[in-house]
Design a protein around this ligand. Sequence first.
Ligand code: NAD
Ligand code: ISE
Length: 339
Amino acid sequence: MTVRVGVIGTGWIGQEHIRRLTDTVTGAEVTAVTDIDAARAEEVAARTGARVHASAADLIAADDVDAVLVTSWGPTHAEHVLGAIAAGKQVFCEKPLATTSEDCLRVVEAERAHGRRLVQVGFMRRYDVGYRQLKEVLSAGSIGAPLIVHCAHRNPTVPKSYTSHMAAQDTAVHEIDVLRWLLDDEIVSAQVITPRATSHRHEHLRDPQIMLFETTNGVRIDLEVFVNCQYGYDIQCETVGETGLARLPDPAAVAVRTGGTSGTAVLQDWQGRFVNAFDTEFREWIAGIAAGEEPSGPSAWDGYAATVITDAAVRSLESGGPVVSVDMKPRPVFYGGAV
Ligand code: NAD
Ligand code: ISE
């Protein structure tokens, strides 16, 4: 069976995923696209053979759309995801699921009312080979119970439009999701402190930021978010357990010795770092739909949790760095929670 996908939002990552679904993932075809920038949608459609729809609602309702991919701007995600749920179609939503916890809960409630999982959120790190190996080590108990996690998320530079809040909402949100999954634990508080600011930032930006999280089991996480580090795109994650430590491997790179030095190149962007994770994420999503299964990736509940936790981090930053409790509802049984 070929899964026919309709894409809402043909901007940067929409085009990237359309290319992926067309050239890399077998069993998928992009049959429909829409964008509020009609010219952009037409241009993308001309390259792919997809049909352009005037609105997201038309696209969701189309008979030749089996599943929906939402890659529009964050504040519009909830509306499109709710539309897909109402139509009973599986929907992959790039992060964030929604920009407010209230909207995330509306999605959660709509999906529960439907009675089957339809929503997957685009937290692609769960599909990265290194993170999957790290999870196997932790789940096997090879280093005993995890106690501390040290992380760093560094980008070489960011555009002027990047705000201090985005350090949590746009950047740390990936660690927030992947750490909840890695530790199989929930984050209960967040604190954000700001060291001396780099001179390489735009004036309005607080960069770097140090984020501290605590989990239900008492694990302490420190995360450095440094989005103007200049030297490259660098993701680090080291878990300290009772009997050892486990570190996320760096992507394989050729070691070069020349001119009296020895070293490996540092990747320059997240696209290159996570390209394989994105491919696997979409292969598994399409294969699940073709097999008539519910999505197995990050759920609407994970999308809600990530938004509530990033909200707490933003509140801490805005208030000068206090510890802020995460105000999360109890996880419903539908998503694997307690009765
Ligand atoms: P972009 O601005 O390049 O593209 C977004 C597109 O959506 C634009 O063409 C815009 O016209 C269109 N759009 C906006 N509102 C719409 C609506 N209501 N209906 C139809 N089209 C609409 O942005 P981008 O960088 O591609 O990011 C899109 C989303 O993907 C964001 O939520 C972003 O956080 C997420 N993203 C995720 C990752 C990741 O690592 N998983 C990386 C980059 C972006
Ligand atoms: C970007 O929006 C992403 O989602 C990337 O995965 C992340 O690494 C980067 O820091 C964000 O700005």
